[in-house]
Design a protein around this ligand. Sequence first.
Ligand code: ADP
Ligand code: MG
Length: 394
Amino acid sequence: PSIIDPPKIHRLEESVVNRIAAGEVIQRPLSAVKELIENSLDASSTSINVVVKDGGLKLIQVSDDGHGIRYEDLPILCERHTTSKLSSFEDLQTISSMGFRGEALASMTYVAHVTVTTITSGQLHGYRMSYRDGVMENEPKACAAVKGTQIMIENLFYNMTARRKTLQNSADDYAKIVDLICRFAVHHINVGFSCRKLVLTSDSAAEFDKSIRAIHEEVRRRLANIYAGVMERVDRHRREHGAARADVHTVGTPSRLDAIRSIYGVSVARDLTEVAASDVNPSSSVFEMHGFISNSNYSAKKMTMVLFINDRLVDCTSLKRAIEVVYTATLPKASKPFVYMSIVLPPEHVDVNVHPTKREMIRRRNCDTPRAYVEKASNLVMVIVGQGSLVPHR
Ligand code: ADP
Ligand code: MG
């Protein structure tokens, strides 16, 4: 048999290592938006505005009115593992901020062009600088700024051709971003959110110019009835290119039901039942849950599950399934439920550092198993259904 020489092992270049790692944290435009919004929330913002171009590949811009970033921190802002939120590993036990790894901004600079504008309170002007591959590219430039921080991510995955190609073919990234923001807005009701799509790239701007010129011609030719025609065209352009309208727009409100109504619509909010439960057992394990779940008037083809555990937006397939089963077993129609649920567990029962995108968490050993919590939550839903609270009240 022929002998195969073992391939030689060599060290990868640091830039390659960083780009690979960054691609795991920032998997698609949606992950960048999520990280940026979480940073804005961690900065105590009350208003967060998102602008997206080309599904996020061309531009993602998140502006907030939070506490801003100190001048002296700007040089290391986008280095890997720089954070203001965690000092020791033990802090992870009780951390309440959503960020803690100092990896999000750094990762974005390895796969996109990042520009930050920020101002801290009491300052007369802000600073703007751009970052690439973890490094600040220029000295901070003084600039006009309103309260807070604005982060611009341009040309996402410009250096990852395959990823960019795949994403270019997926049409639903913008919809996913809107959906994500709706979820945050349901939970963080004291924060106003908005999300807008911009499609005026140089191409469509040129097209727009052209159509305006054509309109001018027409104005000259047919002065009399042209006005209506112009308005119609501009309107259509706006509609088709999403020029000005926000796709999510919320203002802070003390009522969660109002928030849900403004985000998911009257027809959803009308058919919801408020649920709450807490369970304090002697071993000082605390479980608290509150939320809004749909009643039997509600009808939808797909289940909407908005789940926050300790204020983190997460997925929990087992809980989702369990609740879905309760509904299917109880309601005659094949309608899927709407569920908003916020669960609070002792922070030390939860390990937030499991998933690179932090979408999943696991319970630590020696604590209640995930199953126990899933059962508690779904039992509760079952009790409510059993008591007939889901029966139409109209
Ligand atoms: P992490 O959130 O895990 O700390 P990031 O890379 O997301 O890591 O952010 C790094 C640091 O930059 C944060 O710890 C925070 O101090 C600062 N920062 C990022 N975004 C904002 C923002 N919108 N407002 C204020 N500070 C921010
Ligand atoms: Mg972060």
